[in-house]
Design a binder for this molecule. Structure first.
Ligand code: PMP
Length: 344
């Protein structure tokens, strides 16, 4: 059992230093040693606690924020939750402009954490004054001393992981890491972590996981924005329909694409094999790992680190709902085990 008798001053002191845990079963068919960085051990249950704390504390250091000032962002996802949590503890107002597509559960969760939530119409273009981007920009201009996190276009998103996730993994693997495999959404996690690790050892291979329906992989290969790559997909937090400035494409060696369906089944398999209840993108990253393993990417002594960005509890009405899986057509007749569940 873990021994830790420390008393902490607030949840802020618990951000970062997440555990690195060996994967013992799900990757056993492949050569190599695999370890997962469990970001749901952050108090806000995701890696986004790191960027919320880092960006807000950078603004404090620069003297931009004083008590009662406002922090603004345009997300109902993990970043929104983390910003709301850090804001409450530090005494700032948190304003989140979110899309009307966001689930009522998510909006309730943000309100519970004290955030003021503006629900903006989903089906307007990004430059429409009613869009959540424009609402956030306007609020930022109107409120003196406010901070707009703007995670897709904020370099501090990269810096947050350069100063925390990267050094932690380097220390936890005693410098023996050979591969980093991580999802890319804003790209902040993979870019900051990879930048630090490659400064320590340029031979470390960095592999990003992207979704079918996202432009990121193609952009990495061609440095061209190809609209034809874009179509709807279900995994949240992975891939994008634009090129984020928070992605440093130069520190990433290659991208692997994964499907909604395989990632969903793999997320469930992680729970059943490793006993780890983690989010949809953790399923995506292990799905990518399987594809790489099958292609013979890893050798016996390799030390491969993957990042599990968040906790499974945020996906009860999605990946972990049999009804949702069935509605997506993700249960099929060849899968006896899941078919039995559906009939039950
Ligand atoms: N997984 C989940 C669940 C996320 O919310 C995010 C962030 N959008 C990511 C992965 C990807 O992290 P990053 O934005 O740092 O690339």
């Amino acid at each position: 059992m873990k021994q830790d008798n420390k008393v902490y001053n607030s949840f802020l002191d618990l951000i970062g230093n997440t555990p690195l845990v060996k994967l013992n079963k799900i990757t056993s068919e492949f050569e190599g040693n695999f370890y997962a960085k469990i970001e749901s051990f952050n108090p806000g249950q995701s890696s986004k606690d790191r960027i919320a704390l880092y960006i807000i504390e950078e603004a404090e250091r620069k003297g931009i924020l004083k008590p009662g000032d406002t922090i603004i962002e345009t997300t109902s996802g993990n970043t929104g939750f983390s910003i709301a949590m850090v804001s409450i503890i530090k005494g700032y107002e948190c304003v989140l402009a979110v899309s009307s597509k966001s689930s009522p559960d998510k909006i309730d969760m943000l309100k519970t954490m004290g955030a003021k939530v503006y629900v903006c119409p989903a089906h307007v273009s990004a430059d429409d004054p009613r869009s959540y981007y424009e609402v956030a920009k306007r609020l930022h201009q109107e409120r003196k001393g406010s901070v707009y996190i703007n995670q897709y276009f904020n370099e501090l998103n990269i810096d947050a992981h350069y100063h925390s996730t990267g050094p932690e993994i380097w220390q936890q693997t005693e410098g023996e890491i050979t591969h980093l495999v991580a999802c890319s959404g804003t790209g902040g996690t993979i870019s900051g972590t990879a930048r630090y690790l490659k400064e320590q050892n340029p031979n470390i291979k960095v592999i990003g996981i992207d979704a079918f329906g996202s432009v990121i992989k193609k952009y990495h290969e061609t440095r061209e924005f190809d609209e034809k790559e874009i179509y709807p997909y279900r995994i949240e937090g992975l891939g994008k329909n634009l090129i984020p400035a928070a992605t440093d494409f130069d520190v990433i060696d290659e991208f692997v694409k994964v499907t909604d369906e395989e990632s969903a089944h793999t997320a469930r398999e992680i729970a059943r094999t490793e006993g780890m209840f983690v989010g949809y993108t953790s399923g995506a990253v292990v799905q990518g790992l399987k594809q790489l393993g099958e292609a013979g990417t890893f050798k016996k002594d390799d030390k491969v680190v993957v990042i599990f960005p968040d906790h499974g509890s945020r996906y009860m009405s999605k990946v972990y709902s049999d009804k949702w899986m069935n509605d997506q057509g993700f249960f099929d007749s060849v899968n006896e085990e899941t078919l039995e569940k559906v009939q039950y």
